[in-house]
Design a protein around this ligand. Structure first.
Ligand code: HEC
Ligand code: HEC
Length: 294
């Protein structure tokens, strides 16, 4: 097989993806699933339910439907095979980072958490998770950075850095197939209520709320893009348009910009509250991290 040439202008992510596609081309002969065959999300032995019954009185009606269902067959296929899913390049790097000692305390994640497939199983499904010491819910990113700064005495990772995206993808993967089940009662109730308020508030020059697109019009096209119910179960997600993995808060930010609103910051209370509300709204859908989107 010939090596694909990446021009000078190629971004790092572009190069990584191109490299992955080259090496995967060899591995994938015979395992390619043609577009016509695709209708269920099966990854190796794991079949993920992409439609689940919604609880009585759910604002989305009778069924919760994963964003995967709304994508084209060509995009769906990429999520059905970890060798074709470009997010796994980040996952592999995170797997190494998990074992790497860093910071003044001389520890790695593994020094305390051992095998991620055991210690982190089910964790993503509960995010964002109430943290009593902090007195607020914390997202996966915030938990990771708290461990880095307080326990490893290492530098915090930037929200949208490759290292953070990779680690959130790697940890999320340990919950793949498990139902999203965020805490909704106790101290989480206020946060979820705040997220709900944001979800239904009209913002921006176009004066639209999240619900106007994702509740009212899912299944319809908005320009070339088909609207989904806007669930969070696949994040961080590899987006073909971004040519890289992106965080959920990046997606929120993009949606706010679409209606010409000034987005909140990644990690802000507003976005954490929205994340908590959306996780509760999509409760019961399976974690699909890392998903692939257009
Ligand atoms: C010195 C030990 C130590 C190190 C090193 C460490 N952690 Fe932690 N981590 C903890 C402890 C203890 C908790 C539990 C805190 C709690 O329950 O409030 C925790 C909690 C977490 C959680 C939340 C788990 C849950 O169930 O809510 C995540 C995610 C996490 N760590 C990821 C990491 C990652 C990724 C690294 C490496 C970058 C790391 N940790 C390094 C000790 C450590
Ligand atoms: C003008 C319409 C519009 C509005 C308003 C909007 N979005 Fe979106 N959103 C989109 C489009 C288009 C996509 C990409 C296709 C899809 O997955 O729905 C998307 C995708 C998403 C996704 C990713 C779903 C997946 O499975 O990958 C999430 C989560 C999301 N939006 C949340 C929000 C939130 C939260 C708000 C309010 C702050 C919001 N959106 C407002 C149009 C909108």
């Amino acid at each position: 097989m010939r090596t694909r040439r990446t021009g000078k202008g190629g971004t790092r992510a572009g190069i990584v993806v191109a490299a992955a596609m080259c090496s995967m081309g060899v591995l994938l002969v015979g395992s390619y699933v043609s577009a016509e065959q695709v209708n269920r999300l099966t990854i190796e032995d794991l079949t993920i339910e992409t439609r689940v019954a919604a609880p009585e009185g759910h604002p989305l009606g009778s069924e919760l439907i994963s964003g995967w269902e709304f994508r084209t067959p060509e995009t769906q296929v990429l999520q059905q095979d970890d060798f074709q899913n470009p997010a796994f390049l980040w996952v592999e790097q995170a797997e190494e980072a998990w074992e790497t000692e860093e910071g003044a305390a001389g520890k790695s994640c593994a020094s305390c958490h051992g095998d991620a497939s055991e210690s982190m199983a089910g964790v993503r499904a509960q995010m964002p998770k109430w943290n009593a010491a902090a007195g607020r819910p914390m997202t996966m990113e915030q938990h990771i950075n708290a461990c880095r700064t307080d326990r490893m005495e290492a530098e915090a990772w930037k929200w949208e850095s490759d290292a953070m995206l990779g680690m959130t993808a790697y940890l999320g993967l340990q919950s793949r197939g498990l139902p999203v089940a965020v805490q909704t009662d106790g101290p989480m109730a206020d946060w979820i209520a705040r997220g709900k308020e944001l979800y239904y508030s009209r913002v921006g020059q176009l004066d639209m709320a999240c619900a106007n697109c994702h509740e009212g019009y899912y299944g319809q096209y908005i320009r070339a893009d088909r609207l989904s119910q806007g669930h969070t179960n696949g994040f961080p997600t590899y987006r073909l348009k971004w040519q890289k993995l992106g965080s959920l808060h990046r997606r929120f930010s993009g949606c706010m910009k679409q209606v010409r609103a000034v987005p909140y910051k990644r990690g802000s209370e507003e976005f954490v509250a929205l994340e908590a509300y959306l996780a509760s709204r999509g409760g019961g859908l399976s974690v699909e991290t890392p998903a692939v989107r257009q």
